[in-house]
Design a protein around this ligand. Structure first.
Ligand code: MG
Length: 414
């Protein structure tokens, strides 16, 4: 049966991999809607390749520019902003929505898609980090499938098929450890955005690459797993596994541990999330265990990477804390990329924002959105204070031109 897909975040790292999968299986998958941010050159190519019913971009200006790049007749079909994303996410022709917008901006379109009864292939972690309880309730109420694309969660989803939910002892998320796994704590103050963006195993967008370097990405994944698999956070463990071959594991009460392995290529979890319960021949290079270097595992260093500890704490406290964690981290990561703060200060900004804002229980989505906004404003002011302090300390200006949207040149996923 052919799946009609609305793809949110089509020009990002996940989105581009989804379009490769769709091209590979033209009879299986069909794109009916596309939502992207600012990369309208690539979006134009995608429109020409897939002829979607509806398209959305970040702003009205970009929509006008995109219309100018397309043949006549597209005016009505090009929308913009959150409203445009929601229209693409709820397109009547779509039965499946791939949610791969980066950051908190993914929440409302994904929630709208769930409420419109679409099955979700979920790459956007923030949907569950910010409003996991509420989103999972909506998913159950609307009887939609939430299939994880994130490689760790996709692995757990597969490993959970080996037993009954009540027999699960714990789940173990693996983490590559990022580029600074072996760096001394003091030297972390001097790392540049370019060094932080150079991830050893995965080719990803800028935000998630920095999150991998701080281990905040793993922290967000712990919270995502807590809701997606309905498991207490005490029963979720993180293990550093530098080779990124074992994508995650489930331990059962009898002592059996089930792992999912594969080469680090996002097309494998994407294809599975779209074809489940079937498996398709991806044609990708096979995992050759005999040729594998050693597979190592060790516990994460919570002192050098406090972001992971903050995420565990926010998850335990619950309510609006995970949304505050996420929003302040987004602001701090952007400030680091803009060279306004230094690498260890990313976690400082998050910790301080969590300190300053009250915890609220989540009644409805507006509680989440209010906490998100308040955290962004609070984090901005902390960033400014740190930035001024740094300039005074060194007597220098650390502002330099902004980085291009993608500077990560590693390409394991051609
Ligand atoms: Mg992941």
């Amino acid at each position: 049966m052919q799946k009609n897909i609305s793809l949110l975040g089509s020009t990002g790292s996940i989105g581009r991999n989804v379009t490769k999968v769709v091209r590979q299986f033209p009879g299986r998958f069909h794109i009916v809607g596309l939502a992207a941010g600012k990369n309208i050159q690539l979006l134009r190519d995608q429109i020409e390749a897939f002829h979607p019913q509806l398209v959305s971009v970040a702003t009205r200006e970009l929509a006008a520019e995109l219309i100018g790049m397309l043949p006549a007749g597209w005016n009505e079909k090009i929308l913009w902003g959150q409203e445009g994303n929601i229209r693409v996410a709820t397109l009547p022709q779509a039965d499946t929505v791939v949610s791969s917008i980066v950051g908190g901006a993914g929440l409302m379109p994904t929630l709208a898609a769930i409420q419109a009864g679409k099955n979700i292939a979920l790459a956007n972690k923030e949907t569950l980090v910010m409003a996991g309880d509420l989103v999972m309730r909506e998913a159950r109420r609307n009887k939609v499938e939430l299939l994880p694309i994130d490689s760790e969660h996709n692995a757990i989803f597969q490993a959970l098929a080996a037993g009954r939910k009540e027999d699960v002892h714990k789940i173990i998320l693996t983490a590559s450890g990022g580029p600074f796994r072996e760096k001394d704590e003091r030297n972390l103050w001097d790392v540049t955005p370019e060094e932080a963006l150079n991830h050893p195993n995965w080719d990803m967008g800028n935000k998630i690459s920095i999150d991998s370097a701080t281990l905040m990405n793993k922290g967000l994944e712990v919270i995502e797993a807590r809701w997606l698999f309905d498991i207490d956070v005490e029963n979720i463990e993180v293990l550093v596994h530098p080779q990124s071959i074992v994508h995650s594991l489930v331990e059962y009460i009898d002592g059996s541990v089930i792992a999912q392995m594969g080469i680090p290529d996002m097309r494998i979890p994407i294809t599975y999330a779209l074809s489940w319960p079937e498996r398709l021949k991806t044609g990708l290079s096979r995992l050759n265990l005999a040729q594998c270097m050693d597979l190592n595992f060790f516990p994460p260093d919570f002192n050098r990477f406090p972001a992971l500890k903050l995420a565990y704490q926010a998850c335990k406290k619950g309510g609006t804390f995970p949304a505050i964690l996420n929003a302040s981290n987004e602001i701090a990561v952007q400030a680091f990329l803009n060279r306004k703060i230094r690498f260890p200060e990313i976690s400082l900004v998050v910790a301080e924002t969590l300190n300053r804002l009250p915890q609220k229980s989540i009644k409805d989505i507006s509680t989440v959105l209010d906490a998100d906004l308040a955290a962004r404003m609070q984090a901005e002011s902390i960033v400014e204070a740190l930035h001024i302090k740094f300039k005074q300390m060194t007597g220098q200006e650390i502002d330099t031109p902004e980085l291009p949207e993608r500077v990560n040149t590693r390409n394991l996923q051609k």
